[in-house]
Design a protein around this ligand. Sequence first.
Ligand code: ZN
Length: 402
Amino acid sequence: MKRKSRRCVLPVLALCATVAATGAAGYTLNYAVPSSGGCPVATRFSTATPIPRQWSASLSSSPQTIFTVATPGTASQISEIQQTILDAYSVWTGVSGTMVNATTFPGALGALGQTSTQDACANDQGSNLTGEDTICFNQSSAAFTPGVLAFTRVFAATAPGQTIGSTTSSFSGQILEADILFRNDGQVTFATPGALAANPGSYDLESILTHELGHFFGLEHSPIWSAVMTPFAPPPGTYWGPRPTATTPDAPLSDDDRTGLRVLYPDPNDTTDVGVITGRVVPANPLALAGLPATAAGEYVTGIFGANVVAVDADTGQVVAGALAGWSCASASSGPVFDGTYTIERLPLGRTYNLYIEPLDGGFTPSDIGGNGLNLCSTSNATPCSAPAVNTDFVPHVRPSG
Ligand SMILES: [Zn+2]
């Protein structure tokens, strides 16, 4: 995550591949293209076994980058930081209707381990892989370009049978390791919630970590301003409020964040958040999109790619979820077709929704939410394609009916 108006850097590495651009669609998910070809799949953990997690208690003391109430170098400081980490996890595991909900599925995540190894996260070369999902506060990285506060490296399988550490993928898109690195060179500092008021020039550790944990679970940046997954950090000395509490651990999240997590980890017993709105964003003049074929099979771009479609509760005016329109697949074995399709899933039943469609030409740009292409295509498989640029040059009109 970056400070001010810069976007967060989120390199996603496919196994046996170089750093790839991130994907986005919907409350915005990351995508991986199966090595066998076919439809892009959202990246997510398997919930068949507890998700392993740990953090490195190696902290930078010169310069000090994390401020706590407790004295640096003491066990109390370690406890204070660990509690902040646990609270940030609880923000996401507090979301109802998901397979990672701490109440419904208390074993979804493993116990939070601790290591003294300084560089316990995967490094810039994509090595140091252990299968442990690790948070590092004292590991340097070339990815800390100016303005980057923290970032998440996600390693997702592109086929079943790929292994990192003791985990072997059972499906394409399975996250095998996700590491979160915080900047440690003193250019920015962080503070636990208890220490934030006394360190107003520091970023709120809990808020930044909550955002990165959204990437950890598989979310990309959201163009919804109220979302924790917006690419812009809260200014120093402030936090995404309200703070999590024991009774409402997911309080900092927006409904857009919650919906995204439900899409990735749907609880099969959730009978409420099962609404779907789908449609297409198409140009009034189809010839406006005439261009190069997007797939090797010669299919052309037939819809608007990258329009932001937002579902708003008609009674409350609250944004419930957003999605990026642009593509669909005829089947799991088919590559994407760029026909303007959008799908907003896991919407609560029993409500009325208004849809808004807008180009990404305002506060958010395509690069804020993953960039052009959105990681939907690969040229090295059986169904190669080339995603069109995000289309920001349109004025939305709604066609009644149909
Ligand atoms: Zn981010």
